[in-house]
Design a protein around this ligand. Structure first.
Ligand SMILES: [Zn+2]
Ligand SMILES: [Zn+2]
Length: 252
């Protein structure tokens, strides 16, 4: 698997000849590191395209749950932003003005899935989104199992124009700010990326002075032109953790 040809093949989602998950995909799956539980084990309905997979049990039960639950007009859902896919069949609103985080991901799965050098994603709670149209016009893809069943974490796209809508994790959603109508400079500043992750897999350098994690943010190394004070801060934190482990006799 070291020839350039086989490396190229490994990037294509549907050419793998083995069902064994690739190591890098397992790693990428950890984008969504949150709490480990996922709920449903009820039977799936393979004949119904919108009810596939362990997360989508029942004919339309998934539509009652966040992030797909459509809010009633009289419900209190303070709209801060509107967003839509390219064709406009899928549109949604957001009730949170400032994303919980905003990151650029350079992992090879994001490169392939977005057909771009990296992905820009803003993190929100599942309850921050309200689909105003087309939540039944969505399709799912689980990059770990290369499955189109609805299993978390997964990619969510418009089933008509195939614009990526979000990455749905177990507890959070990663929305793509390119779809959100950011009208003021202040709004744009709130969505500005705060770090790069999986920068070790990049296809191009982005010398913007932001922190750059070699892999997953906060649990890999800060590399390249990461701010020196951030690198020192991380080194101090890890040294402190090592010391505490040593004092507890947990070091090996
Ligand atoms: Zn669309
Ligand atoms: Zn990624």
């Amino acid at each position: 698997m070291t020839t350039p040809a086989s490396r190229t093949l490994r990037r294509l989602p549907f050419t793998a000849t083995t069902s064994r998950p690739l190591a890098r995909l397992t790693l990428v799956n950890s984008h969504f590191q949150t709490s480990p539980f996922s709920t449903s084990t009820k039977m799936s309905h393979p004949s119904h395209p919108q009810s596939r997979g362990s997360e989508t049990s029942g004919l339309s039960e998934w539509k009652q749950r966040a992030p797909y639950r459509v809010h009633e007009a009289q419900e209190n859902f303070p709209v801060k932003y509107e967003a839509n896919c390219h064709c406009g069949k899928v549109s949604y609103q957001l009730s949170r003005r400032e994303p919980l985080d905003s990151k650029l991901c350079h992992c090879t799965t994001c490169q392939t899935q977005h057909a771009a050098p990296f992905q820009w994603a803003a993190i929100f709670h599942k309850t921050d989104i309200n689909f105003t149209n087309g939540h039944h016009d969505l399709e799912w893809y689980d990059p770990t199992d290369k499955s189109i069943e609805h299993k978390l974490p997964c990619k969510v796209r418009c089933s008509y124009c195939h614009s990526p809508i979000m990455d749905e994790g177990r507890n959070m959603i990663l929305l793509f700010p390119s779809l959100v109508h950011l009208k003021t400079d202040e709004d744009k500043a709130l969505f500005k990326p705060r770090c790069h992750m999986f920068y070790g897999q990049r296809v191009m350098d982005i010398p913007d002075g932001l922190p750059k994690w070699s892999g997953l943010s906060d649990s890999s190394d800060l590399i390249e032109d990461s701010p020196p004070e951030k690198v020192r801060e991380l080194e101090r934190k890890r040294e402190q953790e090592r010391k505490e482990k040593f004092e507890k006799g947990e070091n090996e």
